[in-house]
Design a protein around this ligand. Structure first.
Ligand code: WT7
Length: 651
């Protein structure tokens, strides 16, 4: 914890506070604390009231069923359809002609889809899925760039009741293969390629490589995006534009049960195998629409932009489902923030007059590094509210964001949540909460978070411990796909009757939460979660490697960078060429986001007597700290030796 303590010390010295500005409170959707009080009095009644904002084909009988905990059920026997709620119900209002999605491609092309347009595209796509043999309950893997076809495909799946599994376009063929096989997808939706920094990401090529070992997949639907030549397998592959041109408009939405699966999203954990986090229909939609509306203070004339990729949960909940359920205009951008110039984000804000911007600390730190001249050359005066997510934001980055992007006028909502939580759980309400830079502040109404010690007892205010959730919330994951035991073991076993987040946190004298990052073997690179075990397995898969230990090492922009300690098999030399080869191997196995920043060869790894690698000590070495407790090591001299070698190599 030594490093966390230092970070925390710095954070706690942070005593600036920012109450909501009067101009903001005046128009805010939530202006006072009455919602918190209401939810505290009766949590279920609070969520039931929020559920009234959703259109149900059949109302639920019971808000929350705890009889088979931790397999909770929300809105029992309620029937609804997510795509109906995100599209059809807006068609009876003036929003029919409102922009639902404003999309900008990296090369500078753009598209605007009104709710009416979205209806046409989604119902056509739903009919295409049916024609390709997809039935209610079948899984569909979606491996697409950030183009409108991605939310269209997701909504089409939701319409016919086929759970989707979106795989981030930066994942490799092998990662894609494993995710397809885990959920036994019947159809894959991909594109010829996607644009990234002027180059093409070869999605179809990766998909073809993956499908060599995916027997469940019958058909592939391919969007033409980049237009380069691609392999086309007759009878298996279908062009999106050809199928869509033939498909009729209009498709009855399936009446789904509140607890039917809406999607699976894979995320890294503490083992080598990614977990398929399962989200369901009713509670999820209630959770994401409520939090989206209140935390981002959504008004009908807002242009809202979340810069995440839809391949992550942030994009699922706060680009697609939350905003569209609220009838909001959501902006989508395909490419990189520094293409063609480092002001691309600010050019987009200026071009579309974005009012609400939701991004990640790692992006903010990159902007800081690039300098204020980039935002300075654009008109950012449309912005009224800013948000962050993905990792703790350092107060310095918070202040920079506040000053240079928000012009000291816009509140910042620092939102804590996880793939598993589905929705934001700890966050300010911008018209109510006094902000403290670096703190995600307090739990959302109807959410019961706490900081506990090893035995599950609340620690006193002013101290640190484990972040837990003491009661269920509507958008919570329901299970791990195909592995309910892992669901129970991972989240509900560490403490009795509490959900364990895997994060460390402190609460201060005011009850504000200060998240300190993961306490398990999960690292956070640029706001993306990576399991150390996964990267270690990728390294050990290389013929030269005997053993590997991977840690997250503090990094100026990424927050953490992947750093690997590797022991080689007899007869192999730790050459610079081998380092490059190993990095490429990890990219091939997992994807570019897992590429180690550095690889250090060592004769041995520090282990406990029972053989567990002590990554904590390797972190101490990599970050140049005094070594922590070494008394549990089988051979304490190993770690001293590594430290010496490491430091001599660094200098
Ligand atoms: C982990 C979840 C939720 C979408 C993005 C990441 C860290 C997330 C914050 C925040 C401090 C944060 C936590 C969490 N995290 N938001 N505002 N402040 N830490 O989703 O990949 O499931 O990762 O990200 O460590 O457990 P994810």
């Amino acid at each position: 914890m030594a490093n966390e303590d230092k970070v925390l010390e710095a954070l706690l010295k942070e005593d600036r506070t920012f109450p909501p500005p009067a101009y903001f409170i005046e128009k805010a959707l939530v202006k006072d604390t009455s919602l918190y009080e209401e939810a505290k009095k009766d949590r279920e009644a609070f969520w039931a009231k929020q559920a009234e904002n959703i259109d149900w084909f059949q109302k639920w009988d019971k808000v929350l069923d705890t009889s088979n905990a931790p397999f909770f059920k929300w809105f029992v026997n309620g029937k609804l359809n997510v795509s109906y709620n995100c599209i059809d119900r807006h068609l009876n209002t003036w929003r029919r002609t409102k922009a639902a999605i404003i999309w900008e491609g990296e090369p500078g092309d753009d598209r605007v889809l009104t709710y009416q347009d979205l209806y046409r595209e989604v119902t056509r796509c739903a009919n295409v899925l049916k024609e390709l043999g997809v039935r209610r309950g079948d899984r569909v893997t979606i491996y697409l760039p950030m183009i409108p076809e991605l939310p269209i495909a997701m909504l089409a799946c939701a319409r016919i009741g086929a759970p989707h599994s979106v795989v981030f376009g930066g994942f490799s063929a092998e990662s894609l293969r494993d995710r397809i096989n885990d959920c036994q997808a019947k159809l894959v939706i991909t594109a010829d390629g996607g644009w990234r920094r002027g180059g093409i990401v070869p999605l179809k090529k990766n998909c073809d490589d993956a499908l060599a070992e995916c027997p469940s997949v019958e058909k592939v639907l391919m969007v033409k995006r980049t237009g380069q030549d691609v392999n086309f397998v007759q009878g298996r592959d279908y062009w999106w534009h050809e199928m869509m041109a033939r498909a009729p408009i209009g498709c009855e939405p399936e009446h789904m049960d509140a607890e039917d699966m809406l999607y699976i999203l894979y995320t890294s954990g503490t083992t080598g195998k990614p977990k398929g986090v399962v989200h369901t229909t009713g509670g999820y939609l209630v959770g994401v629409s409520t939090t989206h509306r209140m935390i981002f203070d959504i008004k009908d004339d807002d242009i809202y932009w979340c810069t995440a990729d839809i391949g992550w949960v942030t994009g699922h909940s706060y680009i697609v489902y939350g905003p569209l359920a609220n009838g909001c205009t959501t902006v989508m951008y395909e490419g990189s923030p520094d293409w063609p110039e480092r002001d691309r984000f600010w050019a987009i804000v200026e071009k579309y007059r974005v009012n609400i911007l939701y991004t990640a600390p790692t992006a903010i730190r990159a902007f800081m590094k690039w300098g204020t001249e980039w935002p300075g050359r654009r008109d950012l005066s449309s912005l009224r509210l800013l948000g962050t997510v993905g990792e703790p934001i350092n107060p310095e980055a918070w202040m920079w964001y506040y000053k240079y992007i928000g012009n000291e006028r816009c509140p910042i909502v620092d939102t804590w949540w996880q793939t598993e939580t589905g929705m934001i759980l700890i966050s300010p309400l911008p018209g109510v909460t006094t902000l403290k830079p670096g703190s995600a502040t307090i739990p959302f109404p109807g959410v019961e978070a706490a900081v506990v010690d090893n035995t599950g007892k609340d620690v006193p205010l002013g101290s640190g411990g484990y972040l837990v959730l003491k009661s269920p919330w509507p958008a919570m994951l329901r299970t791990i796909y195909g592995d309910p035991d892992r669901y129970v073991a991972q989240y509900w076993s560490r403490f009795e009757n509490m959900y364990f987040t895997g994060d460390g946190a402190r609460w201060d004298e005011d009850g504000y939460f200060w998240i300190m990052g993961r306490v398990d073997d999960v690292i956070n690179v640029s706001g993306h979660r990576l399991g150390t075990m996964e990267i270690e397995s990728a390294l050990v898969d290389h013929p030269a490697v005997a053993e590997a230990a991977v840690i997250g090492k503090a990094h100026e922009v990424k927050g953490q960078a992947v750093s690997a300690f590797v022991t080689l098999k007899e007869g192999f030399q730790g050459t610079p060429q081998l380092i490059e080869e190993l990095k490429a191997h990890v990219v091939k196995k997992i994807g570019a986001l897992a590429r180690p920043e550095d690889i250090f060869f060592t004769a041995e790894l520090p282990k406990t007597r029972s053989g567990k690698i002590m990554r904590r000590l390797l972190r101490d070495i990599a970050e140049g700290r005094v070594l922590g407790d070494t008394t549990t090591l089988a051979d304490p001299s190993v770690v001293a030796q590594i430290k010496q070698q490491y430091e001599s190599q660094e200098s």
